[in-house]
Design a protein around this ligand. Sequence first.
Ligand code: NAD
Length: 316
Amino acid sequence: MEVRPLGNTGLKLSCVGFGASPLGSVFGPVSDEEAIDTVREAFKLGINFFDTSPYYGGTLSEKVLGKALKAVGVPRNEYIVSTKCGRYKEGFDFSAERVTRSIDESLERLQMEYVDILQCHDIEFGSLDQIINETIPALQKLKETGKIRFIGITGLPLEIFTYVLDRVPLGTVDVILSYCHYGINDTALEDLIPYLKSKGVGVISASPVSMGLLTENGPPEWHPASAELQAACQTAAAFCKKKGKNISKLAMQFSLCNRDISTILVGMKSVEQVQVNVAAATELAHGQTDKETLAEVEEILKPVKNQTWPSGIQKS
Ligand code: NAD
């Protein structure tokens, strides 16, 4: 598995990253045995990056990931773990007091002494000025204690990243995690990459299948995309299926092609999903890409290109 550097952190992440939200049973129940087998398969196939949050499954994702990592028994310095703070089942709280308590709770659930990256989770739902003046300084103190190695911010609207990065000292925020903005239907993240590079900030992109839009089964009922976007993606998926192709594989390969993005985080909850997503990366590494189908799908999705949905506290 290809590994890629993450900004100035010195970390090298597998280009396919393991999104652990499904281990919190948010896409259907997952037993401990299934979780352990899935994580074991991920290591076997070269995945070294695992992303979770106290929010996923109301802390269940952290607990199950921690249990699985312990059961598999790979030495701690051979893999990278990212968790988050500020977003909980109970709601958002980016106060210094809450995020400082949060990391201790996460470490206990994960059964670890440190996490590699701690990210402020979905900051568009909080006050960005609080993130700058209170949350990030609290995370810097956590860095000094050794409980976390690097600091990140996550969210959907891309302008939140420039707002924060323009207002904190260079080198304070190590990583951003963007989602649903680097896939076949939406490549808006691309325009931000030169700026992020100039700041030495590492880029993680999540949800290559756009939280289910680019899958044969379609998105979950709660998906926030417009009916127009959902319909276009389903037309594209049906087109691929008719041709004997899988739209999710095509989507994964499209996202992996941008080497300025360190890792593509995809949610996985079964051995088979790990194998399918890693196979997409392996085929790509061997130059086996389906340019023709990609061009056809891009044409179908042209009318909805870069269409997104609102997220967070709207500006008045
Ligand atoms: P996704 O687009 O990766 O996946 C959504 C769904 O597609 C899941 O049900 C998954 O099981 C399924 N899937 C995965 N591979 C597939 C394949 N090859 N074929 C068909 N279906 C497939 O979206 P996601 O799970 O929301 O995101 C991935 C990870 O990224 C999360 O687990 C999380 O770690 C991270 N993430 C973080 C944020 C944030 O911090 N704000 C937001 C979104 C995602």
